[in-house]
Design a protein around this ligand. Structure first.
Ligand code: 13P
Ligand code: SF4
Length: 335
């Protein structure tokens, strides 16, 4: 395992976790304005499953990283409004270099992205010319540009299964997702030592306690969780597959080990079921501070100002596009 990064992201604590809650009349007024702006701009609003409820409720599409990239690749809209974190909006821009891509808050980063600077990845790649770099989409455009293929949590197993057999796989930047993919595929990989600061908060002990409190409730966990947590889960999957899994199961109560925004999507899709947020050992740790930088007011303002915008150098767009398109092609293959 390559000790490539400081795991704790600098700067996570500078963003406050508590947000002021808007009164319903203000949410209604802002939502109406946002929908009017959307029509005027011929815009599409894409929102990740971790966005606050009021953003999910005005979005055209709510989904996981894979679903949102697939949608971005085929949209006819003139403006893409991306409510997620910065690397997701960047991916939409790479797929649509001639469209305007805006986001509510430019500071919406990701601890995984921070863990893997492009120069350090390039230095590691230089140590083995036989490396084939499989990169989790949670990274910068410059890191994508150094990659052979991109993956998301929704297709990582398939992507690795389609990777050349005669190459040494280097998986960056999430060691937990990479470890889970190795278990699923049996393919050894060199893992970059990055992680999601939210998902590593769940522990074996905390999961054991919630299992004892709700003995009949299955546990669904994101693959960014550590192995000790994944081993206690009945299902490990991407946020979109959580929706499919929860719809299909006969269980009426389900424990969810992922970011708290997911609960709104799940309650909307499965109104007859009860979702129990898996606790961490410390309280209130299951919100991603970066995802939660986006608010309905900032969404409104970015559509009024057409800023902040995602801008990327042309050469990075061209180099980063190839591994993303490879991912989309492999994803479309039959299983
Ligand atoms: P999904 O692709 O499963 O939505 O995950 C994205 C993410 O950032 C998880 O922390
Ligand atoms: Fe990144 Fe974790 Fe936030 Fe997802 S939840 S955007 S992996 S910091």
């Amino acid at each position: 395992m390559f000790n490539g990064a400081e795991v704790t992201p600098a700067g996570v604590d500078q963003f406050p976790l508590r947000r002021p809650v808007l009164p319903p009349y203000q949410i209604d007024a802002l939502s109406r304005d946002i929908l009017a702006l959307k029509r005027r701009l011929n815009a599409v609003i894409l929102a990740h499953n971790y966005q606050v409820a009021e953003i999910q409720d005005v979005a055209d599409v709510v989904g996981d990283s894979l679903g949102l990239s697939q949608y971005a690749a085929r949209t006819q809209a003139d403006v893409i409004v991306f409510c997620g974190v910065h690397f997701m909006a960047e991916t939409a821009k790479i797929l649509n270099p001639d469209k305007l891509v805006i986001l509510p808050d430019r500071d919406a980063g990701c601890s995984l992205e921070e863990s893997c600077p492009a120069d350090r990845l390039a230095a590691l790649q230089a140590t083995n010319p036989n490396f084939y770099t499989v990169t989790y989409i949670n990274c910068s455009a410059a890191v994508k540009a150094l990659s052979d293929v991109i993956c998301t949590s929704g297709n990582a197993v398939k992507i690795v299964n389609h990777s050349p057999k005669d190459r040494d796989l280097l998986f960056v930047p999430d060691e937990n997702l990479g470890g889970w993919v190795m278990e699923q595929t049996g393919r050894p990989m060199t893992l970059w030592k990055g992680n999601c600061y939210v998902h590593v908060e769940w522990t074996h002990a905390a999961l054991m306690r919630i299992r004892q409190a709700y003995p009949g409730a299955p546990v669904v966990a994101h693959p960014e969780c550590p192995k000790a947590v994944r081993m206690l889960a009945d299902e490990v999957c991407s946020t979109e597959k959580m929706v499919t899994w929860c719809k299909a199961t006969s269980a009426k109560s389900i424990v969810i080990a992922t970011e708290a925004g997911m609960l709104h999507r799940l309650k909307r899709e499965c109104p007859d079921k009860t979702f129990i947020p898996a606790p961490t050992d410390r309280c209130a740790c299951n919100e991603c501070r970066f995802m939660k930088l986006n608010t309905l007011e900032k969404l409104h303002d970015c559509m009024v100002n057409l800023a902040p915008r995602v801008e990327l150098p042309r050469d990075i767009i061209e180099r980063a596009r190839r591994p993303i398109e490879r991912m989309l092609e492999i994803s479309a293959l039959p299983n």
